[in-house]
Structures are given as structure tokens and as C-alpha cells.
Design a protein around this ligand. Structure first.
Ligand code: KIV
Length: 275
């Protein structure tokens, strides 16, 4: 059993320390051990095992179908590939909404069985009693407000939140209540930039992590597959910056492999075992 302390390990404390110092917090998603090990090696603060795995890994057109068991498997894989980054597991649709007890049991499974160090739960002020109890059980929680994809059917599509007075008040009220409940951070997804900035300033002990929420958040998160260009043709939201375009690279490599196998040039003698 290892009792050594990893001095470079990021914890929920990293989020508050960086917010206080005005340093930006970096978060990306991962769903497997190898990608997690790359993000970790390069120095990402935190890896979110997002329920976006439902779309980007499993091919569904929403986050609703992914299950606890599948999210546990992704989280355990990410934990095996991670050394320093804080691992946050996304609680899937209906793993925490039915009751406080359900939420505590499922949040606990991510820490006990999969190696997560925090969980994320979607929802504003209406989810605060549940989130508060999970935190009281010793489980750090990242909140998630704005466009919350698990409620996509209620929103009627990916609409920017915080554009009218009512929506702005709801977001601010929710953010303050999530801070009061003890969330160490809150994802602001598809949120009008000025209200995202006002929320970030109003929160003292909770860091805001934006995705499509402008520049004034304490940190940013993107879906790694999207920022690497591993995304379906035509999916290009305004907030997405593509740092690489790996799709043509993969298509070219696989096409070349098919050619080489077909024409007999792969494997060569050098790539074969001889006596
Ligand atoms: O599931 C996910 O990847 C997320 C991020 C986009 C915040 O919730």
C-alpha cells in the first residue's frame, strides 16, 4: 500500500487558490486512461469525466441515455491514467434527481468504486437540498447551471441562458445558493457573458468554470474531442476553439493502411518475425 504524498496533486483547494490569486483554472474532459494521461502530463488542473461521453463516445444524440455503470467504467479508466489532475465524475441523468438518498448512494459509488475525487450535478436552486446533503457526506460537488444538457427537452434546444431579467436573476440566485451549499465550483454553460462575469465576481468561495460563458469566468472547460477536431461534421458551436483537426489525419492514416494491406506492402519483412 502506497502512503506517499503526491505534492503535485490538484485538489478542490486548487480551484479556490487559483480563483483567489486571479489565476485561470483549466479543465478538459476525458473518458479513457490514455487521453487522461496525456492531459495530466501536460498539466491540466482537472479532468471532468463528462456525461458528454454519451454523445462523443457512445454515439447518442443526447446525454440522457448514459448509465451509472458506464460512467463508473469511464471514471475508473480516467483514474488509472491520472496522477495529478483533480478527477470529477459527472452524475448521469436520473442518478441523483429521484431522491437525496439516491444522489448520496450514487455520488459515493464514484468515489468508492471508480477513484473520482468530486462529482458534478446539473441544476440550480431547486437541486440545492440534494447537493448540500451530498457535500455533508464528504463528497465535493461541482454545480452546473445555464444550459444543462440533461434538461435539453425542457429548454427545447441549446439556447443561450441569461439574456432576460428573469433568467439572469435565476442564474445569480442559483449560483449564490450553490455557493452557500458548499459547491467548490460551478460550470456555467451557454451563459450570456456579462451575467457570467457578475456571478464570478459575486462568488467568493466557489470558482466558475465556463463553457460558452465568455472570458470573465475563473476557468474554462471544453470537451476534448471537440477541441481536437474529433467531432461530427457540422457540429461547430460559436464558443468552440479547435486547437487541432485530427479527423483528416485519422482518415488519411486509415486510408493508407487499407491501401497498404490491400496491395501487400504491409507488413514488410522488417515488420515480420523470422527465425
Ligand atoms: O458532460 C460534459 O462534458 C460537461 C461539460 C461540457 C461541462 O458537462
Amino acid at each position: 500500500m502506497s502512503r506517499s504524498i503526491n505534492k503535485k496533486k490538484h485538489t478542490v483547494g486548487t480551484f479556490l487558490r487559483k480563483k483567489t490569486k486571479g489565476e485561470k483554472i483549466t479543465v478538459l474532459t476525458a473518458y479513457d486512461a490514455f487521453m487522461a494521461s496525456l492531459l495530466d502530463k501536460v498539466g491540466i488542473d482537472s479532468i471532468l469525466v463528462g456525461d458528454s461521453a454519451s454523445n462523443v463516445v457512445h454515439g447518442y444524440n443526447s446525454t440522457l441515455p448514459i448509465t451509472m455503470d458506464i460512467m463508473l467504467a469511464h471514471t475508473a479508466a480516467v483514474a488509472r491514467g491520472t496522477n495529478a489532475a483533480l478527477i470529477i465524475a459527472d452524475m448521469p441523468f436520473m442518478s441523483f434527481q429521484p431522491s437525496i438518498e439516491t444522489a448520496i448512494i450514487n455520488a459515493g459509488r464514484f468515489l468508492k468504486e471508480a477513484g473520482a475525487e468530486a462529482v458534478k450535478m446539473e441544476g440550480g436552486i431547486e437541486m440545492v437540498p440534494t447537493i448540500k446533503r451530498v457535500i455533508e457526506c464528504g463528497i465535493p460537488v461541482m454545480g452546473h447551471i445555464g444550459l444543462t444538457p440533461q434538461s435539453i427537452n425542457r429548454f427545447g434546444g441549446p439556447k443561450v441562458q441569461g439574456r432576460g431579467d428573469e433568467s439572469r436573476s435565476y442564474l445569480m440566485e442559483s449560483a449564490l445558493a450553490l455557493q452557500e451549499a458548499g459547491c467548490f465550483s460551478i460550470v456555467l454553460e451557454l451563459v450570456e457573458a456579462s451575467i457570467a462575469g457578475e456571478i464570478t465576481t459575486a462568488l467568493e468561495t466557489t470558482a466558475t468554470i465556463g463553457i460558452g460563458a465568455g472570458t470573465n469566468c475563473d476557468g474554462q472547460v471544453l470537451v476534448t474531442n471537440d477541441m481536437l477536431g474529433l467531432r461530427p461534421e457540422g457540429f461547430r458551436p460559436k464558443f468552440l476553439r479547435e486547437y487541432a483537426n485530427l479527423t483528416p489525419t485519422i482518415i488519411e492514416a486509415v486510408s493508407q493502411y487499407i491501401k497498404d494491406v490491400t496491395n501487400g506492402s504491409f507488413p514488410s519483412e522488417d515488420e515480420s518475425f523470422t527465425t
